[in-house]
Design a protein around this ligand. Structure first.
Ligand code: NAP
Length: 284
């Protein structure tokens, strides 16, 4: 039976640090503040927003919402981004994506001040992940995976790591972050040949494919650590990951459950970035 890497344990430790840091800033008269820009009424956006605002409240971080209609014009949305860029009381910004099709998402993402880019929307932040320079912030989900590895003392140095998925939101940045931790990294995607044997080689596996059960026991062996980023709804209407948990858990050494793994850590990483953004402002 694998050790379960539980999001709530990682989150509890992260939250303690964030709370102390936020309180320190409050003592200096700075209230770390998240600006939330949401276009439309997408259910999963609203649910993530609820989780984020609740986490802000418990950690001493303030938030301000900018709620815009689904048919908002590009000019109006850019004006809101400009407003938050200029507002010194807002330290980090969460913009829900994908944006409706009539909006130029790349243009809007890159209009944000990288200093406030707490979820790696801008090309500047992404460049920071690849160059190792401190420009903006890494994507919260990819960093959540690293926080889980760190919390459980899983040393990546010299280890073989496989990331399943090559999106800019999770797969590619997670691979860069594993390299920074001295792992030797392979990225798999839909064109990868003989994926089970590639994944079986790895000591550490991060799965971010967005396909329920894409990794099962035929990909796995004893001694592996598996981080499952996927959030899917199965045929019974239940939340599940990209890894077939029931078949993986008896084999591997350690695994994150879904739900209860990466998801809740992501929210704390986001709030932590807002506090870090506020702290960076004080040292400029
Ligand atoms: P995405 O943009 O759809 O990318 C999926 C990636 O997985 C693509 O690179 C795709 O390869 C690859 N892939 C898909 N099916 C595959 C297969 N059968 N074999 C190998 N590779 C395969 O998804 P994403 O935004 O990265 O998100 C991935 C998952 O993470 C989703 O389930 C999403 O809901 C979840 N997620 C969770 C959190 C969290 O906080 N827990 C946050 C963000 C996302 P190609 O490039 O070849 O198409």
């Amino acid at each position: 039976m694998a050790k379960q890497l539980l999001g709530k344990e990682v989150t509890a430790a992260l939250n303690e640090k964030i709370k102390v840091r936020a309180a320190g800033l409050q003592e200096k008269g700075i209230t770390p503040t998240l600006g939330i820009i949401r276009v439309g009424e997408n259910g999963s956006d609203i649910s993530y927003e609820k989780g984020a605002t609740k986490r802000c409240e418990t950690l001493g971080v303030s938030y301000v919402k900018f709620l815009l209609p689904e048919d908002v014009s590009e000019t109006e949305l850019l004006e809101v981004v400009d407003k938050v860029n200029k507002d010194d009381t807002i330290h980090g910004v969460l913009l829900f994506r994908p944006l409706p099709k009539h909006l130029n998402q790349t243009l809007i993402e890159n209009a944000l001040d990288p200093a406030k880019d707490v979820d790696c929307m801008t090309d500047g932040s992404m460049a920071g992940v690849f160059t190792g320079k401190q420009i903006g912030f890494p994507p919260c989900t990819a960093q959540a995976c690293m926080e889980i590895l760190d919390h459980y003392g899983i040393d990546c140095t010299g280890k073989k790591a496989v990331v399943v998925g090559r999106s800019l939101v999770v797969g590619k940045p997670a691979a860069m972050m594993l390299i920074k931790k001295n792992a030797t990294v392979t990225i798999c995607h839909t064109r990868t040949e003989n994926m089970p044997s590639v994944v079986r080689e790895a000591d550490i596996i991060i799965v971010a494919a967005g396909r329920a059960g894409v990794v099962d026991d035929t990909y796995l062996r004893a001694g592996q650590t598996v981080i499952d980023v996927g959030i899917n709804v199965n045929e019974e209407g239940k939340l599940c990951g990209d890894v077939d948990f029931a078949r993986a858990e008896p084999i591997v050494d350690a695994i994150t459950p879904v739900p209860g793994g990466v998801g809740s850590v992501t929210t704390s990483v986001l709030v932590g970035h807002v506090v870090e953004a506020a702290a960076r402002k004080t040292t400029i």
